[in-house]
Design a binder for this molecule. Structure first.
Ligand SMILES: NC(=O)c1ccc[n+]([C@@H]2O[C@H](COP(=O)([O-])OP(=O)(O)OC[C@H]3O[C@@H](n4cnc5c(N)ncnc54)[C@H](OP(=O)(O)O)[C@@H]3O)[C@@H](O)[C@H]2O)c1
Length: 257
């Protein structure tokens, strides 16, 4: 899909990967609708300076069903072309040590809000026969590591949801893109070591949010349905996908309780 003049709604666009993608699409003169928790006039200025055709902040909190419903209401009539379900939370550590409140909050943002928002925006896209839904999964959705149980479950759910939707939407004018994201140097990545590091060796490889935003932009323009990593992470991902027992064995050597 062309990004120039596209109307793009991005959740979690105030920092990390969401902000980098917003900025990259601003350079393509997209119309940006930034769904973030707190108004941020400086962010608006930054996006306008980068070239955005227009920028609108939609203050929204995805931590409740009511918050997502409000966001859906606010997007009615905007004729959004690209929905980027990006906002997310990380949980981790030995399962019995993860606070249940953290787990349920994470599932609300990573899974419930993503499915709910898609449910709210898809009918409009289908009636216009135009749209793209980008869902943020992770290598954790395929590479099932100890200490990542609940986060991995959320990202596997995002992947399954996106793959089913991809098939349902065939020839509808609406397409999906699922991001099997590797390590990207953001605040979330920095939380991995303290959460997982006591029990498992944490991979240190990262790319910058700006580099990853460029790759996401290319995947949008080329209408890819999945963006997944190459290199060492790509090799490990292939192992987890095709020879999961070998992957599990390799991982077990890096884990201690
Ligand atoms: N970085 C990685 O290595 C990596 C790898 C795989 C997948 N991912 C995925 O990439 C996506 C973006 O993460 P990131 O790495 O850019 O991390 P980040 O810098 O921590 O950004 C997370 C974003 O989600 C927003 N968010 C969290 N809870 C929210 C809520 N209740 N309502 C609305 N927004 C909320 C945050 O907003 P606030 O600033 O208001 O908290 C922030 O904008 C996530 O889905 C993550 O799972 C990241």
């Amino acid at each position: 899909m062309e990004t120039k003049n596209a109307k793009v709604l991005i959740t979690g666009a105030n920092r990390g990967i969401g902000k980098a993608v917003a900025k990259r699409l601003a350079e393509d003169q997209a119309h940006l609708y930034l769904a973030i928790r707190k108004n941020d006039p400086q962010l608006v200025e930054e996006m306008k300076k980068a070239g955005a055709a227009s920028v609108q902040i939609i203050e929204s909190d995805l931590s409740s069903r009511a918050g997502v419903e409000k966001l859906i209401q606010q997007t009615q009539g905007l004729n959004i072309d690209i929905l980027f379900n990006n906002a997310g939370l990380l949980t981790g550590g030995l399962f019995e040590e993860q606070p249940i409140d953290d787990i349920l909050s994470m599932l609300q943002v990573n899974v419930d809000a993503l499915i709910h928002l898609t449910h709210g925006l898809l009918p409009g896209m289908l009636s216009r026969k135009r749209g793209k839904i980008i869902n943020h999964s992770s290598v954790s959705g395929i590479m099932h590591l100890p200490c990542a149980s609940t986060y991995a479950a959320s990202k596997a759910a995002v992947l399954a949801f996106s793959n089913c939707l991809k098939q349902e939407l065939k020839d509808s004018g609406v397409s999906t893109l699922v991001l099997i994201t590797p390590g990207v140097k953001t605040r979330m990545f920095d939380q991995i070591e303290p959460l997982y590091g006591k029990n498992i060796e944490v991979p240190k490889d990262t790319i910058t949010p700006e580099r990853y935003a460029e790759m996401i932009r290319e995947a949008i323009v080329e209408d890819l349905t999945e963006l997944s990593p190459s290199g060492t992470t790509g090799f490990a991902l292939g192992m987890a996908r095709h020879v999961p027992r070998l992957f599990d064995f390799a991982v077990s050597l890096k884990f201690k309780r």
